[in-house]
Write a protein that binds this ligand. Sequence first.
Ligand code: 3EB
Length: 328
Amino acid sequence: MRPASDMRERATPAASPSPIVTYRAPFTGALPPGTLAAFGFGTSAPVVDDPRWLNVALEPLGDAPVELWTVEGEITCGREGDLRWSRGGGWLYAAVECEEAAFGGPEGAATHAYQLLSSFVAGAPECHVQRIWNYLGAINTGPGDDERYKQFCTGRINGMGEVFAKGFPAASAIGHHASKGLLQVYLMATDRPGTRVENPRQVSAWEYPRQYGRTPPSFARATFLPANDVLAISGTAAVVGHASAHAGDLAAQLAETRRNLDALLAHGGAPEGFNAHAPLKAYVRHREDAAAVKAFAEAHWPEAPLLIVHGDICREELLVEIDGWRYR
Ligand code: 3EB
């Protein structure tokens, strides 16, 4: 493992302030001023006819807020085929939704989604991708190297162009329980390079050994956004070194995940813990684990806004994964 400092890019000062990410009570009608993107979760969420709105195919377990990204500046937005986008204040949101059937499966669909996103971003002033989310169905289905997540990883790297070769963004890749062939990918990018942060407790994902598949996952553990006011944290689970820890033990996985998050915050130069401005998302494999996840978060991060969703983690033995934002 190389030291994380080797992977850092110097952030340029005077970058545009980072988007503010908040959870709001569900609303209908126009999106608030400065909205770069807005997300409803699950089948009961409102549907808003706006390119900036995405209905995420993950069911909330408990509170069902709308997630809002807001920036300072005028917003423009549009749609181009399977891709929709918005930009403002030096920040870009872009999303692709597609059906695998048109592309022969998860690998082809991931290639399609990443080609659309990378070519769009390459032609945009906001060409530095900081954070990306991936949701596919039946993520753990398929034997060995043919597991659908592993097929997705191959398609993802094949579709990533030059813009991603500069350094992988922070990411989450989660299995949804909606229509099996639906792939959703969305990203946040900006006009200055960010600072990638790896986790000293974990092997970098792109250096995972062969046992995890032909194509190692292409993501960074976190990115410090260019204004250096927020750490964007990838999906974090009970992975130590490259191995999954505590198979089947939710409480131990939560404690290990917390150690990973603490190490990432410390290594990334972010303040300790998660406060009222640090929205977290927990992806929980079994619905019945949601209460224990909520209790754990309330015990350790009582002020942090938390959204719990029903999602499969990309390794079958992992029961929970947490991502989020840590503003300075
Ligand atoms: C891990 O640490 C758990 O493939 O984009 C976490 C975050 C995980 C992102 C991805 C996978 C991804 O390897 C899995």
